[in-house]
Design a protein around this ligand. Sequence first.
Ligand code: SF4
Length: 363
Amino acid sequence: MTTNTQHTDIPIALAQGIQALASAVPTTPWLSDADKQALRERIKALLIEKDAVLVAHYYVDADLQALAEETGGCVADSLEMANFGNQHPAKTLVVVGVRFMGETAKILNPEKRVLMPDLGATCSLDEGCPAADFAAWRAQYPDRVALVYANTSAQVKALADWVVTSGNALQIVRHLHAQGKKLLWAPDRHLGNWIARETGADMIRWQGHCLVHDEFKTQALIDLIAKHPDAKVLVHPESPESVVKLAHVVGSTKILINAVQNLPDEKFIIATDAGIFWKMQQLAPHKTLLVAPTSGEGATCQSCAHCPWMALNGLQNLAQVLATGANEIMIEESIRQGAVNSLNRMLDFSRQQGLVVAGRKDT
Ligand code: SF4
């Protein structure tokens, strides 16, 4: 019989600090349509001049997603972003997302220059799992295989056995559970709980959370479903269990996008960052998309289902880093070497399972 044990003494002060940090994040400046068009043209020219490509996440602003696609870059989840950057020939990768995504690009591509529009674009999961605390926690369980979510620092990845994303975590945990392995999981508690429920794996779990998904409200969602009984409910598994239980589809950003595109339903309620609506609407322009509620009794959300750190990416700072080469991601080689092993384990597994289309690059 397996047991699902939870680790509960992870720094609460850090979690509280994250809320304060989120409310301190500055907003991007307002731009007129003419300003935006001028910036788009400048960025296009700079991408060619600098031999650079945009690697963007589904949660960044629509302007940036559209520009990435228009210029031959990608808009993707973190697994596909890692793979795209790994395979693309450009000498410079401009990662339009949050810091762990830029670090992942650099870990896999040490010979390339990796730039980001704002190095302050972090993630509450990354911030809530400091490397020293993770190392001490891991040392208590030397017989367990350590899996960390992609939303962690390069240092934490270097301390782990596997990196996983929401697009492959279920398959990787099932694979290890079938081999009789006992696991450690960090940092997202809701994703870890969902995977443990789905797989029955013996997983001791860190208690981090995403400040966007943690805010979806169960009763408000029940009320919205009652108003729209014809809607399918799509939920990212970083959301609380009571929200996940209301879902028709639970999965990664890619799975939720596929559901909107391929299910015959016309209306969807979506519990993930609202940045994803751009890609969903692009692929299914006639369907109705409703954002799941983050307001309601006890709500503290500052972001209204939009990550404040993803929102730090904009046309202005993107043009600036391309022009100046500022905000380059640098990673100490010993840390990179440790992290590349756990990342390549994930990429190899994902290639074998057909979860990504291309293979690894030894670095
Ligand atoms: S949406 Fe959540 S998990 Fe994603 S970068 Fe923002 S804080 Fe991190």
